[in-house]
Write a protein that binds this ligand. Structure first.
Ligand code: G6P
Length: 367
């Protein structure tokens, strides 16, 4: 096996730390930073001629795609349907020829995602995929491939493939916006410039690992945890809960913060950790009011926010992880890092097999 852990204890740790580099590599394939433009030669899809995107994926790739939905809709005004592939393949969704079918998969071999692809093909749709393994079956059977250049991912719990999928989705949303005339050249340049800042912010955030490791000494003691977020932080909350479940075996759920009052609030007491993902964006105030509801019931809040957000909450937390202020579009990619680190250090303290968690496989090639 040629890939080595280097100085890291686990592949997962190594892969978390590789993110600034592999994201930068991936972005450079799609974006020309000098000119502030999308490299349209690497985006061979005419987004002006489609009226819908139908995305299917499994696991972490599904959460990346769920974040992408917000971007396609906001930036390119392109409606997006998104499904878990095991549901999509049997859902009998009406599909029109003007729909582009998009599949997101690290391995390119996931059975349900592949079956969804073949179903869409049988319906005469054009097939595009975002894959990390270029020689995979999904890549081979697609009309258009958008590679993530994350390099081989060994840890079963996906980290760098996830953020590289996000990088591709963001770049594609900008390309779609440009093609559909929903953004002009100035806006394209502004967004491309924002994405170019990801590696710098990611490096800065990786330096917070000692603080994150410390809070995991508390997190390792719990049986359940809740993750909350709004907007693009909502799918990230679900991804955070998935990461914690996968490698630490602590039961966790990710919820849209606004749904708290429709059920999960019943679970809140002074033993319940609630991880709140809340960049200071236009939904920040709303998330803070949900956080107040948690605090009022004694919930132990671990807040992940930025400098502005930390200054404004006024709510007592168990810990506040303060990231730098950053442009909204890059927040999901940067906030993914502390979310991954929370799961990682918790699992390390619990002594689980981080890279090969029980009952899980890196690539699920059977239904
Ligand atoms: C498995 C892996 C996950 C991954 C999912 C989808 O469950 O353990 O980490 O997110 O499959 O895999 P794919 O290769 O299609 O992205």
């Amino acid at each position: 096996f040629l890939v080595s852990k280097g100085n890291h204890r686990h592949f997962m740790e190594k892969e978390i730390h590789e993110q600034p580099e592999v994201i930068s590599h991936t972005l450079a394939h799609y974006l020309d930073f000098t000119r502030g433009r999308v490299r349209s030669e690497n985006v061979p899809v005419d987004f002006a001629r489609i009226d819908r995107l139908a995305i299917s994926a499994c696991g972490t790739a599904f959460y990346a795609a769920s974040i992408g939905k917000y971007w396609f809709e906001q930036i390119a005004r392109l409606p997006v349907d998104i499904d878990i592939a095991s549901e999509f393949r049997y859902r009998e969704m009406p599909l029109s020829k003007d729909t582009l079918a998009l599949f997101v998969s690290q391995s390119g071999e996931t059975a349900d995602t592949l079956a969804s692809l073949r179903y869409c093909k049988s319906q005469g749709l054009k097939i595009a995929s975002i894959v990390n393994v270029k020689e995979s079956t999904i890549a081979r059977e697609s009309d258009v491939i958008f590679p993530t250049l994350a390099g081989p991912e060994v840890g079963v719990a996906s980290t760098k493939a996830f953020t590289c999928q996000l990088a591709v989705l963001a770049a594609l949303a900008i390309a779609a916006g440009k093609a559909r005339g929903t953004i002009d050249e100035k806006e394209e340049q502004r967004l491309v410039r924002h994405l170019s800042e990801i590696p710098r912010f990611a490096n800065e955030v990786l330096r917070l690992s000692p603080q994150i490791e410390a809070v995991c000494r508390e997190l390792m003691l719990v049986k359940h945890a809740l993750y909350l977020g709004r907007g693009t932080s909502f799918p990230l909350a679900m991804e955070g809960a998935l990461k914690l479940k996968e490698i630490s075996y602590i039961h966790a759920e990710g919820y849209a913060a606004g749904e708290l009052k429709h059920g999960p609030i019943a679970l809140i007491d002074d033993t319940m950790p609630v991880i709140v993902i809340a960049p200071h964006d236009k939904l920040y105030e709303k998330t803070v009011s949900n956080m107040q509801e948690v605090a009022a019931r004694g919930g132990r809040i671990i807040l992940i926010t930025d400098a502005r957000g930390a200054k404004e909450t006024g709510i007592k937390t168990l810990d506040t992880i303060v990231l730098p202020d950053m442009p909204d579009i890059i927040a999901p990619l940067i906030y993914a890092l502390p979310v991954q680190m929370l799961a990682y250090y918790t699992a390390v303290f619990m002594g689980t097999d981080v890279d090969q968690p029980r009952n899980l496989a890196k690539s699920v090639t059977v239904e």
